[in-house]
Design a protein around this ligand. Sequence first.
Ligand SMILES: [Ca+2]
Ligand SMILES: [Ca+2]
Ligand SMILES: [Ca+2]
Ligand SMILES: [Ca+2]
Length: 402
Amino acid sequence: MKKIILMLVPMLFMTTSIFAQWDIEEGFEGETFPPTDWTVINNNGGSEWLQMTSATYAHTGEKLTYCMRESSSGNPNDDWLITPQVSVQSGDSLIFWARGWSGLYDESFNVKLSTTGNAVADFTVTLGTGTISSNVYAEFEYDLSSYNGQDVYLAIQYVSVFEFALLVDDVSVGQDEPAIINVNLKVFLEGPFNETDMNTNLNPDDIPLSQPYNIAPWNYAGTESVVSIPNANVVDWVLVELRDTTEAQYAIGSTIIARQAAFILNDGSIVGMDGSSILSFNSSIIHQLFAVIWHRNHLGILSANALSGLGNVYIYDFTTGADKAYGINAQKYLSIGIYGMISGDVDASGFIDQDDKSIYWEPSAGTTGYKNSDLNLNTEVDNIDKDDFWVPNLGSESHVPE
Ligand SMILES: [Ca+2]
Ligand SMILES: [Ca+2]
Ligand SMILES: [Ca+2]
Ligand SMILES: [Ca+2]
């Protein structure tokens, strides 16, 4: 069964990257104009969108498209440059570069969208209006996410009133393929820690085969699951969150770029569903990458520093100091030189308080299995969980910014 799981992982990535791409990338460098499947409509006679060959006036390459003003002062342009039909996917944008012929004129245009045909009357949506008073190219970008799943045409309508000319180059629709980020994380859980590594008493019979973070407070809907626990070193499930920001203190919830449920092994390494590979995410980083580790009955932690990146592999070891987790006393001393996540948050509230004992631990004391009140993850809910983990940690709280 292991082979099947290994094959499924790359297939998932392929499916994602089919959708995340540039559907249109048009630099107007072709022999013919308009380019294949593009449409030009000169709705008022006179001048119209044409191709120009000039490396000086092109944004890139040696060709561009442009539209001159109409020949008399009372006659505004009504000239349409229309893309091929394109299927909008989540995250897609329309991007193009435009400038005036010279900086002495104010060139005006509308950016229009049609969900039907590519005749002028079909463009009932105005995505934006633009004015350019410069002979330097500027980038214009329009978010298409309101049209996810729809087939649309996009148009640049030149509407200046006796100015001079509008130049356009490098029209693109779609999005960058997200980069793949590989993340190599190490963290210890206080509960199962045994002075050297972590016990695996839950393995295999008491560990669920599907990720358990699909409930509050995580509400993580991921479909991570296995047919059987992939190896004897698996301790439990964790939920890994990537946050993209400049410093840990700014890593609030809105900076989350990806989440993934994973297995934590007895040596602290966090791995994917095959039980051995480090985690891969389809994400792009703008600032720096921070990691949050959630566990169902230990206090969540955030990396105090950005993950170290080498190529597309990012590494962070939480275990070598309490201060590797953001916030004062966010981790606990476990053994000489080893620190770990704090056990005792039975209800995953972010606080270890009376509720964890009286509302959650007490009613389940004496039971066995995969229980959040089993604070040392040895399958039994008993006084050891309360006395050795809840009592000493009472009053501790998570320092993961919300
Ligand atoms: Ca070009
Ligand atoms: Ca015209
Ligand atoms: Ca709690
Ligand atoms: Ca226990």
